[in-house]
Ligand binder design. Structure first.
Ligand code: NDP
Length: 253
């Protein structure tokens, strides 16, 4: 599939070292966008950026931890030096640490809040000025937030994860009140089970195996299918905002 209007865009994708972020970075670059890839694992980012360049695309690997203010600011400075004003931000980095609330894993709760919510806000702070400026120049300007089906459907053991994602979905909605009048689109995507590394960080073997079992049984979405949605939404004419996408494997729907 080809998407109009992505050639010449300047994108930042967080969590680009694997899964949905990696697939999105590859697809946007294949469509002619310059792509800055942000995550913590340098080798993974370099390998993906090399792959993009080998295919004739433009990519910049930027190692950063979105739980750290200074790291995100330094990343934004590198992106600006290399590529100038960004017009497409995919706020995708996130962690899903499944645990029962009575385990009291405040460490994991804090990590999810700091990555999924405050981390997303740090990225928004770093690039909103770019998006507003790009839109004022008549360019398409997009903020895509990757939330989750868990933001509106409660599941046991996903209590805090779901709360962080509900916050992300609300944030998208609230941000539109500030950004839509300035022609910046905010797209909120709420995926169901997608086959990525996401379950590997779950600390309890039993819960990790449960998630992997469901992923295998349900016919999970592929990260490339999420990338397709990001590319579709951001390549519409600039007056058209596909603002909310809920996408589930059919057997989960
Ligand atoms: P992955 O675990 O494959 O990807 C997560 C990415 O985020 C990795 O590239 C990781 O790279 C990066 N990341 C994690 N923490 C940080 C950090 N502190 N700073 C910078 N980067 C970070 O999982 P997915 O691709 O599935 O997840 C992408 C998004 O999709 C997440 O927000 C997730 O919540 C959401 N989602 C996923 C679903 C699924 O079923 N897979 C369903 C619904 C939503 P590194 O470790 O190198 O930093």
């Amino acid at each position: 599939m080809s998407y109009e209007n992505l050639a010449g865009r300047t994108a930042v994708v967080t969590g680009a070292a694997s899964g949905i972020g990696e697939a999105t970075a590859l697809l946007l670059a294949a469509q002619g966008a310059k792509v800055a890839l942000i995550a913590r694992r340098a080798e993974r980012l370099e390998a993906i950026a090399d792959k993009i360049r080998a295919n004739g695309g433009q990519a910049l690997a930027v190692v950063a931890d979105i739980t750290d203010d200074a790291s995100v600011e330094a990343a934004a400075a590198r992106v600006h030096d290399a590529y100038g004003t960004v017009d497409l931000v995919v706020n995708n980095a996130g962690v899903m640490l499944v645990n029962p609330v009575d385990d009291g894993r405040i460490d994991e709760w804090q990590r999810m809040i700091d990555t999924n919510l405050t981390g997303a806000l740090r990225v928004i702070r770093a690039f909103t000025g770019d998006l507003v400026a790009a839109a004022a120049d008549g360019r398409a300007a997009d903020l895509v937030n990757i939330s989750s089906v868990a933001s509106h459907t409660p599941f046991p053991n996903y209590t805090v994860y779901g709360a962080t994602k509900a916050a992300v979905s609300f944030l998208s909605q609230a941000l539109r009140t500030e950004l839509s009048p300035r022609d910046v689109r905010v797209t909120n995507i709420e995926p169901g089970m997608t086959q990525t590394e996401i379950s590997t960080h779950i600390s309890t073997d039993e819960l990790r195996e449960q998630v992997d079992g469901v992923l295998a049984a349900i016919g999970a979405l592929a990260p490339e299918e999420l990338a397709d949605l990001v590319a579709y939404a951001t390549s519409r004419p600039r007056h058209m905002n596909l603002r909310q996408i809920i996408v589930l494997p059919t057997r989960m729907a």
